[in-house]
Design a protein around this ligand. Structure first.
Ligand code: PLP
Length: 448
């Protein structure tokens, strides 16, 4: 390839969509007819032609404080001018410590130590590695097995897809981690359809953990990881009593229980963490996304005191956990996190989510009688609508609904398969809830 050719490609770049390989996106369809976003403010995205698009998904379940909020923007700008980067290996900067303390103070029970990563996927890998290393440090290094769940989503690292249970995310990627088993998912449409909040049916599916433990023996199992509310698979609130039963079985056999709260953390279900809402204390919580309202990549793990303390032994100059990322606790992410937590506190956004829940539930359930709607689920400020698939074209109907919502009705919604998922910023008003649901209704009718 000649230099001249390279030059022409560079000049063409601003209007060339070719080079960017989009994640979790049908690239050819997108590049033929892109859905571009150039700005955002509060509850809206802005398109290149100046349309205001109502954000029905908080970006990607992350912008819980709404978009381009003044105090968060200012904190990031100030931090960039003051300290752009400093290493977290052997050195520290104050805001990472402050944010860790804030998060630890919000977490339930003795979940009081925070390890920073840069995404949910890295947070999940970190939690799984801490679980394995913890057992090693306790002289039980044979505890290596990890138990996930069907339909679980734990990001896209090899650890996360191994314990995850979404077939399309696994099937192309070889043998994955060995020594992984899966609980069954908790969904049964015949028993649960159109339930608001937690379904009555399904707590017994936790008992499958007993079978898995009996098969492998508890002495080989390190940890169980679940999303307290399965999000990316299409929103599955936990059946009543389910998480309590998982906790009890983990306690019976001494297994660590990890909650992946990448979606449910920071107010989505009306409490700081789902663990608090459901009254079940895990041994670790994975967080990301809304920790700083999606503004700067950040994720991490909150571990219980006993886990942290287990590592704090041996010579003091020796690293206790050989794990970390160049950008763990990055100054910009930490500054954004502190400013975001202030917004959540000052505007009482978690309480706001709780107060809006019944209005939200009624609004999403009002879509029940629309064509092709097979089920609607709701919990906190989350909703999901299952649509009947078109014959021989799984996912096409929801894809068209998402595209129509964006182009024709100025709304951003999320899809997985033929399920529409909704999770607006916690700043949404009652009026905007009505507006969003109306836009979704029009989009569903358009693909009947
Ligand atoms: C429960 C859960 N875990 C992990 C992840 C992965 O997070 P990330 O995309 O930041 O790696 C997600 C993302 O949606 C998630 O919902």
């Amino acid at each position: 390839m000649s230099l001249a050719h390279d030059q022409s490609r560079r000049e063409a770049a601003p209007n060339d969509l070719d080079a960017f390989w989009l994640p979790f996106t049908p690239n050819r369809a997108f590049k033929k007819n892109p859905r571009m976003i150039v700005g955002a403010k509060d509850m809206h995205y802005i398109t290149p032609d100046g349309r205001k698009v109502l954000d029905g998904v908080a970006g990607l379940w992350c912008c819980n404080a709404g978009h381009n909020r003044g105090p968060i923007v200012e904190a990031i700008q100030k931090q960039a001018a003051e300290l752009d980067y400093s290493p977290a290996f052997q050195f520290g900067h104050p805001k990472a410590f402050q944010l860790a303390s804030r998060i630890a103070a919000m977490a339930p029970g003795d979940l009081d130590h925070v390890f920073f990563a840069n995404s949910g996927s890295e947070g999940v890998d970190t939690a799984l590695k801490i679980a394995l290393a913890y057992w090693n440090a306790r002289g039980q290094g044979q505890r290596t097995r990890l138990i996930g769940r069907e339909r679980g989503y734990h990001g896209v690292g090899f650890g996360g897809i191994s314990v995850g249970g979404i077939v399309t995310n696994r099937k192309m990627f070889g043998t994955l981690l060995t020594g992984v088993d899966h609980l069954p998912h908790t969904y049964n449409r015949a028993e649960q359809a159109f339930t608001k909040g937690q379904p009555e049916w399904g707590a017994h599916t936790a008992d499958e953990l007993e079978r898995i433990v009996a098969l492998h023996d508890p002495s080989t199992i390190a940890a169980v990881i679940v999303e307290p509310m399965a999000g990316s698979t299409g929103v599955l609130p936990p059946p009543k009593g389910y998480l309590e039963r998982l906790r009890a079985i983990c306690d019976k056999y001494g297994l660590l229980l990890i909650f992946d709260e990448v979606i449910s953390g920071f107010g989505r279900l009306g409490t700081a963490f789902a663990a608090e809402r459901f009254g079940v204390l895990p041994d670790m919580i994975v967080f990301a996304k809304a920790v700083n309202s999606g503004t700067v990549p950040m994720g991490g793990v909150i571990a219980r005191k006993g886990i942290y303390d287990t590592f704090m032994k041996g010579p003091e100059h020796v690293i206790e956990l050989f794990h970390g990322y160049t950008y763990s606790g990055h100054p910009l992410a930490a500054a954004a996190g502190l400013a975001t937590q202030d917004v959540y506190r000052d505007e009482k956004l978690f309480e706001r989510a709780a107060a809006l829940e019944s209005t939200w539930a009624d609004a999403v359930m009002s879509l029940k009688s629309l064509p092709n709607v097979l089920d609607i689920r709701q919990i906190g400020l989350v909703g999901a609508i299952d649509l009947a698939s078109r014959p021989d074209a799984f996912g096409a109907r929801a894809y068209e609904a998402m595209d129509t919502a964006f182009r024709e009705h100025d709304a951003m919604i999320r899809i997985t398969g033929d399920t529409i998922a909704l999770s607006p910023p916690l700043t949404i008003t009652e009026e905007q809830i009505g507006e969003l649901v109306d836009k979704v209704a029009k989009s569903i009718r358009a693909v009947a």
